[in-house]
Design a protein around this ligand. Structure first.
Ligand SMILES: [Zn+2]
Length: 341
């Protein structure tokens, strides 16, 4: 049978109508104008500007458990009216004044991200977040909308922890002018509000780091909330055409109406400049799409131009490893300590 697919049509549309807000600045002044314009447009595309604040919302402590070197507090916070975000706050025994938000990927939730068993009872391995906490950093790991304790009806239940409701939320949200990634960014900003209010935390030394879907959340959040002092993404800095347009079976939280008409990944990275940005990518990460690591490097080049224009070329780093879609973490500790401690 001959199949008449949409691929070529999509490619052509992407070339014809894509990136109306492509990074185009040549100096700090034009960068500022570009940044102001793209921030408004991207916020609107993902529905961030339509999220509804909750006045005076305070997190409610659900439980706390002591582990070697830190206390784990489990909270719930109302981020929009009737939208509740669950999260863990790892409180270090010896705080150094800095903090890291650590959103998780598409599969799993805050437990898997931090190395806890799915029921949260035992620490199965020392994760990036736990090791960071033992070095003095506060670490806050939320359940994303549609994940963990925030799964919708059809994806709930023990043994189904790796399932999420991101596609279900996408289908429901877009008809209301909002998107899952917009809601996730909003929630991370509310988590930031709380972490910044802690007496042991310097609000100017709070970063965000994540893998895969956690890298996605980190990139959008850091681009749209300028309080984020440092960003680390692993396994998520691909050009949209090969990684998402050509691979539309990816998780629903990747998508937003009109996104490709506005920007590509490198443009979102450029929004983070001049703040420190660490990008980790594997040469065998199939999620990069058919052009592989080239699809990452070309996007890093776009973002790097913004750092160059702002005199901060040393603040963006790309680290390529030989693996696939995995977090490796080489050179991260040094990067974090250099910029946050
Ligand atoms: Zn997702």
């Amino acid at each position: 049978m001959t199949y008449y697919t949409s691929e070529e049509y999509l490619r052509r549309r992407f070339e014809m109508f894509g990136r109306s807000c492509a990074y185009c600045a040549s100096d700090p002044e034009t960068h500022k104008k570009w940044h102001a314009d793209v921030s408004v447009r991207l916020s609107h595309a993902i529905g961030l500007d339509r999220c509804i604040p909750v006045d005076g919302a305070k997190p409610r402590l659900l439980d706390e458990v002591r582990f070697d070197g830190f206390l784990r507090r489990h909270y719930v916070l109302e981020t929009e009216p009737t939208v509740f975000m669950t999260f863990y706050l790892l409180v270090p025994d010896h705080p150094n004044g800095a903090a890291m938000l650590n959103p998780h990927g598409h599969g799993g939730a805050k437990e898997a991200c931090l190395g806890f068993s799915p029921d949260g009872v035992t620490l199965e391995h020392d994760s990036f977040g736990v090791e960071l906490c033992r070095r003095g950093y506060y670490v806050a790991a939320p359940d994303a909308r549609g994940s963990g304790e925030r799964r919708e009806r059809g994806q709930q239940g023990d043994g189904r922890e790796s399932q999420n409701s991101h596609r279900e939320l996408l289908n429901a949200y877009i008809c209301l002018g909002i998107t899952p990634i917009g809601g996730m960014v909003w929630d991370l900003s509310r988590l930031f509000d709380f972490v910044a209010s802690l007496p042991d935390v310097d609000p100017y030394r709070i970063g965000c780091a994540g893998m895969s879907g956690g890298g996605e959340q980190t990139i959008y959040f850091s681009a749209l909330d300028e309080r984020v002092a440092l960003a680390i993404t692993s396994g998520y800095f691909y050009g949209f055409r090969d990684a998402l347009l050509m691979q539309p079976a990816n998780c629903g939280c990747n998508f937003a109406p009109g996104l490709y008409e506005l920007v590509d990944m490198g443009d979102i990275g450029a929004m983070i400049a001049p703040r420190p940005l660490f990008i980790e990518s594997g040469v065998n990460d199939r999620l990069a799409g058919e052009s592989g690591i080239k699809n990452v490097v070309s996007q890093v080049d776009v973002a790097a131009a913004a750092y160059e224009n702002l005199g901060a070329r040393g603040n963006i780093e790309l680290h390529v490893h030989q693996g696939g879609h995995v977090w490796v973490g080489d050179f991260m500790d040094e990067f974090i300590d250099r910029h946050l401690s």
